[in-house]
Design a binder for this molecule. Structure first.
Ligand code: CMP
Length: 647
């Protein structure tokens, strides 16, 4: 009460600005200060509570996201001083460690799910607030647990079928110990699953952390399959039979054998663990290997799965005749393998299974007995299914590897069909085919679509990068203000012309100007003479845009020309912002017009500053040198340092 009164008196309101927290908590730093006004508090509510002892407590004000527990108190006075090393401190330490292990850590899965560290903090708080001992699916514990389970599952699914089919030491201590240990771990996995939060598959992004809901969800989905594959049904069965045998001492030896065989079949139920493997692999693939070509991962998965099914099929090939007591017409007896070493038996069994599965043959001998035949049929069907899936995925992968090339071929095919449909003349068809080849060079991208998907910044950066060779080769850009260059290049459009194409026709109204990235164009005057040629780095078609008049000359492509065009709207927008560039262009235009015998005043007359154009002389010089124009010193006004062109 005194604290509150003091705060009110000093005008600080009910909440002190800074509290000093002393923590005896082993994994929190002592004397950490918590700013109660900080906007990014994980909990955000700065409530003051007064507990039964009258001590002032602040709820969840630490930026670390940890709730303020009973060992923390305000103003450096813990409610109860705990001696270091006391059992309570140790217990609290252990508790915190465990809690940290079960909370979401900033791993890839968590980042994918929550997107930011702040959201992750909130999730930690949410889990803490829920108050149950629930393992978060993004926690470190779950990660390492899944890793262990994956390893154990793979070992189990490989070793179990071999042991069941080729070894008769089902009741040996070693085997029982192995089975008991792995069964216990799988049963533990069920318990862990009951306490692991569930990532909601439907639209809500929240992780289910309510134990009841988790249990409900798990029981409805995989629980029974997991349970059946984890309970040692074979041993339970044998224990029951043992009791029965004590009562019925007359049990026949043959019957005991049958019991053992039945127990063997029950132990096959452990192979249902495959479902768990598929689940865990899928989950890992989604989180950790999503960036790798997913089809590629699918193929690797499929190959592993095929090998596993081949392995199982091989074991089954041997198990069935063994359970029948190796009849004379079984393949094991025919191959004289009944008394051979297990590895030799396994090798032949695998060879036989693989022969069926890959539709190559029947192994050493074709099936003789009906059972053998059915087994062969089974492995043929499973093999053919795997084979079909494998082929499908591989084709998909090969196609996706070079989708732009495929796209190009499809496009070309369509164009060919179109040309045939329209019955275009042969030379036109050839020109179209050449155009396609030159323009797309074997790869077709929907560049506009791709660039429009990007953010504005990325879009600009990519375009700037793509136009780097143009910017370097066009002196107009190389000497210009970088902002101007950036403004222009994002508005350029790539175009390709073939030798002989009339890019500009004299006397028409122009809507764009061009920059030459590569190629040579001829400037053809009204009389049909070639006034000059322009090549890489030059530009043309600007006079019409500057004067709003008609094209003063024709422009014809001499070679293949890779050009970038700028539309009149963009031209005006950009040049309005950079008047100096407009003037530079105008002075070049005047020079060009002069050269073809047209009065240059049509470009300069529009300016209010009379007969003088203020331009960057060095740029004009470089640009004109590109037109092969001879620049006479007397064309410039020597008295002005910036380079004033006489008109
Ligand atoms: P425009 O009139 O829009 O279209 C024809 C283009 O040819 C013209 O713009 C100039 O860019 C270009 N041009 C005309 N005369 C010359 C010249 N003497 N040297 C270089 N280019 C020219």
């Amino acid at each position: 009460w005194m604290v509150i009164a003091r705060q009110i008196r000093t005008g600080g309101g009910l909440l002190p600005q800074r509290y000093e927290l002393v923590s005896t908590n082993a994994n929190q730093q002592p004397n950490r200060t918590c700013d109660t006004d900080a906007s990014d508090h994980a909990i955000g509510s700065n409530q003051i509570q007064i507990d039964v002892n009258g001590a002032l407590d602040q709820q969840g004000a630490c930026t670390s996201g940890r709730q303020h527990d009973e060992t923390n108190s305000l103003y450096g006075t813990p409610k109860e001083e705990l001696a270091p090393g006391s059992s309570e401190v140790k217990a609290s330490f252990m508790r915190n460690q465990l809690e940290a292990l079960f909370q979401p850590s900033d791993n890839k899965l968590a980042m994918k799910l929550f997107g930011s560290k702040k959201a992750l903090m909130n999730e930690r708080q949410r889990q803490k607030a829920a108050g149950h001992w629930v393992i978060h699916p993004c926690s470190n514990f779950r990660f390492y647990w899944d890793l262990c389970m994956l390893t154990l599952l793979v070992a189990n699914l490989i070793v179990l079928p071999v042991a069941i089919s080729f070894f008769n030491d089902d009741l040996s201590a070693r085997w029982i110990a192995f089975n008991c240990l792995s069964d216990t771990i799988f049963l533990l996995d069920i318990v862990v699953n009951f306490r692991t939060g569930i990532m909601n598959q439907d639209n809500s992004e929240q992780v289910i952390l309510e134990p009841k809901e988790i249990a409900h969800h798990y029981i409805r989905s995989w629980f029974f399959l997991d349970l059946v594959s984890s309970i040692p049904l074979d041993y339970i069965f044998l224990i029951f039979i043992q009791d029965y045998q004590d009562v019925n001492t007359y049990l026949q030896a043959g019957r005991a054998l049958r019991i053992l065989r039945f127990a063997k079949m029950l132990s096959l139920l452990r192979l249902l663990r495959l479902s768990r493997l598929v689940r865990y692999v899928n989950q890992w693939e989604e989180v950790y290997f999503l960036n790798m070509a997913s089809v590629f991962m699918k193929i690797i998965n499929l190959i592993c799965m095929m090998l596993l099914i081949g392995h199982w099929s091989g074991c089954l090939q041997f198990l069935v005749p063994m359970l029948q007591g190796f009849p004379n017409n079984s393949w094991v007896a025919i191959n004289d393998l009944t008394k051979k070493d297990w590895f030799e038996q396994y090798s032949w069994a695998l060879f036989k299974a693989m022969s069926h599965m890959l539709c190559i043959g029947y192994g050493r001998f074709p099936p003789q007995s009906v059972t053998d035949m059915w087994l062969t049929l089974l492995s043929m069907i499973s093999g053919a299914t795997c084979y079909a899936l494998f082929l499908g995925h591989t084709t998909n992968l090969i196609q996706s590897l070079d989708s732009s090339r495929r796209h190009y071929r499809e496009k070309l095919k369509q164009v060919e069909e179109y040309m045939a449909y329209r019955k275009l003349p042969r030379d036109l068809r050839q020109r179209i085919a050449d155009y396609f080849e030159h323009r797309y060079q074997g790869k077709f991208f929907n560049e506009d679509d791709i660039l429009n998907e990007l953010s504005e910044r990325l879009h600009e950066d990519v375009v700037n990068y793509n136009c780097r060779s143009l910017v370097a080769s066009v002196p107009f850009f190389a000497n210009a203000d970088p902002d101007f260059v950036s403004d222009v290049v994002t508005k350029l459009k790539y175009e390709v012309y073939q030798p002989g194409d009339l890019i500009i026709k004299e006397g028409t109204i122009g809507t764009k100007m061009y920059f030459i990235q590569e190629g040579i164009v001829d400037i053809v005057t009204a009389s049909g003479e070639v006034a000059t040629s322009l090549s890489d780095g030059s530009y043309f078609g600007e006079i019409c845009l500057l004067t709003n008049a008609r094209r003063v000359a024709s422009v014809r492509a001499e070679t293949y020309c890779n050009l970038f065009s700028l539309s009149v709207e963009h031209f005006n927008t950009v040049l309005d912002q950079y008047p100096l560039v407009r003037r530079t262009m105008e002075s070049i235009a005047a020079e060009r017009l002069n050269k073809i015998g047209i009065d240059p005043s049509i470009v300069v007359s529009q300016h209010s500053d009379g007969d003088l154009l203020k331009v960057d002389m060095s740029t004009v010089e470089v640009l004109l040198s590109h037109d092969n124009a001879v620049i006479n010193k007397e064309d410039f006004d020597d008295d002005r340092p910036e380079g004033f062109l006489k008109t």
